[in-house]
Design a protein. Sequence first.
Length: 290
Amino acid sequence: MKASAFAYARATSLDGALKMLSAHREQAKLLAGGQSLLPAMNLRLVSPEVIIDISGVAELRGIASDGGVLKIGALTRHVDVARSPDVAASAPLLAEAVKHVAHPAILNRGTIGGSLAHADPAAELPACMLALDATLVLRGQGGERRVAAGDFFMGIYTTALAADELLVAVELPVAQENSVHFFQEFARRHGDFALAGIAALATVERPVISSLRMAFFGVGDQPVLAKAATRLVNLSLTPSLIADAAVAFGEELDPFEDQEASPSMRRHLAKVLFMRCAEALAGMLNGAAR
């Protein structure tokens, strides 16, 4: 199957892209790296009347750290995020997670903004944005607005983006010296979408964890921030405490079912990841105490 007929327009500036998007709204789709859009079009899952190619808009690329904030342009490719010294230093969780995104062709063509705007619930980067408490910068002809990651992802392939807006950048707080991260996923092979995964960021104030954000992917219709993680904060991380928190976390979940896994399997895998993360933090604290 191939895509249905469509018109093609190439934007050379952000203002030009926004004018086109405002004119066509729901009838248009933005083409960045094309790694999510083109397969969906070929399967007739989406059939836009107009494709607006923004891949040449240079002002939407780049990585910069300033004033305690790491800013990444929406058209920055996954491979550039993975190779960036600024990302490695300021957001090591993201640097680790992006290496798990898909396969080489997609890493080299896909963009961070494309992944976030696509909002696949099994993708790594939306969960990272949630764990890192990122702000997503959206722009339309009426101006710019900033949306917290927790408010941006609204459901499967659904975000807070209006029909005449595009995602221009993400802003991440620079990692503090006393922060640690944990990332792991279960996938049938490296680069495949995860059956379940976790991206977590913790603040260490020995002998306890003073804050913890555990974001899970592949276990709901959007990235899930574990409420049960608060049970591990400012307390000694004993095996019984971790086990009880994992049970509570499992009760929060309402996993989906597909040909890859049942809801019970996804719940089990998510609980395993919850415990692995908590146990890694406990081991780090206990090791420091010795």
